[in-house]
Design a protein around this ligand. Sequence first.
Ligand SMILES: Cc1ncc(COP(=O)(O)O)c(C=O)c1O
Length: 392
Amino acid sequence: MANIDFDKVIDRRNTRAAKTDALKELFGKEDLIPLWIADMDFEVCPEIAKAITDRVAHHIYGYSRPSEEYWQSIIDWQKEKHNFSFTREELDYVPGVVKGIAFAVNYFTKEGDKIVIQPPVYHPFKMVIEGNKRIVLSNPLIQNDNKYQMDLEGLEKIFATEKPKMLILCNPHNPIGIIWGKDTLAKLASLCKKYGVLVISDEIHSDLAVFDNVHIPFATASKEAEEISILLGAPSKTFNIPGVVSSWVVIKNKELRDGFFKWLAANEYNEPTFFATIATEAAYTKGGKWLAEAKKYIEDNIVFVEDYCAKNLPGVRAIRPEASFLIWLDCSRLNLDHKKLIDLFVNKAGLALNDGEMFGAEGEHCMRMNVGTSRKLIEQALSQLATAIKEM
Ligand SMILES: Cc1ncc(COP(=O)(O)O)c(C=O)c1O
């Protein structure tokens, strides 16, 4: 099926969508073009909508059991799309990737333990670590012009001196959209293994590799990576269903897995709602065509933003993502301090983007723009930004 009209502008206000209905609370005003939180403005593929609607039409919403087909759909998708093989025993449900990270942080570390992140990076990593009274160690990415790299030397220094217990990897990387190469992942794994550091690999953006880039699941980078990884994924970003709350965890290492999966079960954290299993199964078995169309539309949006910035916004440099629908805009050439940059985007241009500092001090002078939306809105947003900059 598929053939969705991705150009269609859909009014999401008053649907309990965070993207629209939290604008006033978070940005101080409602009349903004919302290009922030990482969900897309596209309708889901018809097969997902039908699977959910069919189940809703049966008016008994009792306790549910995940079907074998649900588990198999995750296993088959990963094997087919990412050449990542695992068994049903190595897989479990978690109610969200961030909650999965939080469960692993709580289970595998204790208060006062140190955990490494590589900013600028998805901000809840830091919040989970600090909120659970663990200590954040930062190993910032190295920026060379438009390219960001992992600082493996810096990492080894931190490992040797600070003795962290864990590292949270964003693979692919949000907010910059980096796809980590196999060589980098294998070197990372080797260092982590040497210093006894567990890796939580957040792979929520993995299905959204664009422009022929290829995602490498961390656990497949090397034997060492397989042994030390707790890998989290979801159909949520891929198929635009984060509100359904369906995610999964794979741990290949039996020793790590047994205790953690028992703990998840003891606390009933691994029990999906029927919406989660139904939407996931429909997505992974029938959503391929929709996803291909969505990714093509996103690629065209990215190219549009790049061209627009190059031609009309000399102060704003769009850094091309290798994965996902988020573009990292380097605004340093506007020469504005952080407060003035936010004022320009929100109050002068009427736009709601994530400001770069949210992802760590290293994100200063940057903004993260969500292009998982209609081209028309993107055109309007960039034109408003161009006018606001001219009037500065
Ligand atoms: C890297 C990353 N991890 C996790 C999440 C959120 O996942 P969940 O809603 O499943 O907790 C996001 C959402 O933007 C994300 O970008």
